[in-house]
Ligand binder design. Structure first.
Ligand SMILES: Nc1nc2c(ncn2[C@@H]2O[C@H](COP(=O)(O)OP(=O)(O)OP(=O)(O)O)[C@@H](O)[C@H]2O)c(=O)[nH]1
Ligand SMILES: [Mg+2]
Length: 468
């Protein structure tokens, strides 16, 4: 009211002020509402933008293929570019899925293990992280040229942790590159722990068999009292394993039965491995393939003299067998290695069978099966204490050409107190050997290594005289 009364004022300057104030009020009333409207519009726009943002991001992710088919009316970009990191993830997921599926394959050991008096063909078809390499190596020439061969181990459950070291060393030095199978044999059922641990380390398939009772028991004709007296007598004489029944069954089994195992029937060659061995140099070639390509039937690392008291009548029986079956004596045989008097007596030299890479067919031959049957019929495995090593060695030396025998001088190897270590220092460095040349047994007095070189006509290593 005071402002309106200014217009009626007598002073003209006051009228002028009243006009300006009026104009100011009008301007504020009209333009102030416009500013508010603009603010509201900005806020609305911001809200709309916030709501739209997720939709826009979703647009860049391609719908799953099924949805694409169903939503064909929706226009999709011609080319959906998948960011590289997503592609990587897809590949990794595919691999993981593959491994997962493989791991879910039925595990015959765990799922179908059965007890049986005869052999059980439990086969672990393992494809695990370790075998991932196999997926990518399948086309390599090594793989396609693999020989039908396997490792074979006779062992007791109680030897598992000694054996696992042997397996580890064989895998690390050789088999991780070749993935050959491994057959385990036992006169008792293998424990689940034995199977699980061994199959987790072997890179090839693992197979477990219980030895049939008829392969690990006294034949009917054995006089058990005579066998027992013999054991007592040998114990008194302090003969190693002289009083052991199981050792005798083991030697008989390794001589005449392991190669008849159902689990070995599909293989041509085997490599025997025992608990507590060590492979001491890298083996960068396929030893099985070497055997096959060079027509070798028997490969060894260490040769040694046998304890005479364990085999008093073995040679007499062998001579009788040869006299009765002269057709089995090979022309170019290796009699010189096992006899120093052209066959009159046995010089006790034999190949140490705890390492053996050999042909299964040789043991299945008529000559060997007849020889074993004859020896077995004499009861010598139980009345004396015949080892499988002299029996294998005599047979391979007499029934085949000496050219079918191979000395693996490049295999650094140890079993118990005796070992072989390549004498050439550069070789040891090249093959990353962890053995000491001083520990090499080859040319020591109790070994038959020197004789082997001489009778085979081989040149001894340059260093040999320093290691006698
Ligand atoms: N399942 C089973 N395996 C056996 C038995 N006796 C020996 N073996 C295995 O047969 C192989 C030879 O037996 P060893 O006791 O090592 O005989 P060895 O090599 O002559 O003697 P060492 O020099 O003491 O090792 C090894 O792989 C043993 O694990 C047995 O009673 N049962
Ligand atoms: Mg042994």
């Amino acid at each position: 009211m005071k402002a309106l009364s200014l217009f009626s004022s007598r002073h003209s300057y006051l009228k002028y002020i009243a006009l300006i104030l009026t104009l100011l009020v009008i301007y504020t009333l009209t333009h102030g509402s416009q500013l508010n409207l603009q603010n509201e519009q900005i806020q609305q726009q911001q809200q709309q933008q916030q709501q739209q943002q997720p939709k826009d991001i979703n647009k860049e992710i391609p719908p799953p293929p099924q949805q694409q088919l169903n939503d064909q009316h929706i226009q999709t970009p011609e080319k959906i570019e998948t960011p590289p990191n997503v592609q990587e993830i897809i590949n990794k997921e595919e691999i993981k899925d593959y491994i997962k599926q493989s791991e879910n394959l039925p595990n015959p050991i765990k799922d179908t293990h059965q007890s049986s008096s005869s052999e059980i063909t439990d086969i672990t078809n393992k494809i695990n992280i370790n075998n991932n390499n196999q997926i990518f190596e399948q086309s390599s020439p090594q793989k396609s040229e693999k020989v039908k061969a396997t490792f074979v181990t006779l062992a007791r459950n109680s030897e598992l942790y000694d054996l696992i070291k042997s397996i580890r060393t064989v895998e690390d030095r050789f088999n991780r590159n070749y993935n050959y199978d491994w057959v385990f044999l036992n006169d008792e059922e293998f424990t689940q722990e034995f199977k699980d641990l061994t199959s987790s380390i072997v890179s090839g398939k693992t197979k477990y068999g219980k030895i049939p009772q008829e392969h690990w028991s006294y034949p009917d004709f054995i006089d058990l009292k005579k066998a027992e007296d013999s054991r007592k007598n040998m114990k008194q004489q302090g003969i190693i394993y002289g009083d052991s029944e199981s050792y005798r069954h083991m030697c008989r089994y390794e001589s005449g039965f392991f190669w008849r195992s159902e689990l070995l029937k599909d293989y041509e060659y085997y490599w025997r491995v025992e608990p507590g061995i060590d492979i001491m140099c890298d083996l960068n070639y396929d030893l099985f393939k070497f055997m096959k390509d060079n027509n070798k039937l028997y490969g060894f690392t260490i040769s040694i003299h046998e304890f005479e008291k364990t085999i008093p009548s073995l040679w007499e029986h062998t001579k009788k067998f040869i006299n009765d079956n002269p057709q089995y004596l090979a022309q170019d045989n290796f009699m010189d290695f096992i006899s120093d008097d052209k066959g009159k007596t046995y010089n006790l030299c034999h190949f140490w069978t705890n390492f053996e890479i050999a042909s299964l067919n040789f043991w299945k031959s008529e000559a060997y099966t007849k020889y074993f049957d004859y020896l077995d019929s004499t009861g010598g495995f139980f009345y004396e204490r015949w080892g499988d090593a002299p029996i294998h060695s005599i047979a391979i030396s007499l029934f085949t050409s000496k050219q079918s025998i191979h000395y693996f001088d490049d295999v650094g190897y140890r079993h118990g107190v005796y070992g072989q270590c390549p004498l050439n220092a550069q070789f040891r460095y090249d093959k990353k050997c962890h053995c000491k040349a001083d520990d090499d047994f080859t040319f020591r007095g109790y070994s038959c290594g020197k004789k082997y070189f001489d009778k085979m006509g081989l040149k001894k290593p340059d260093e040999w005289e320093s290691y006698q």
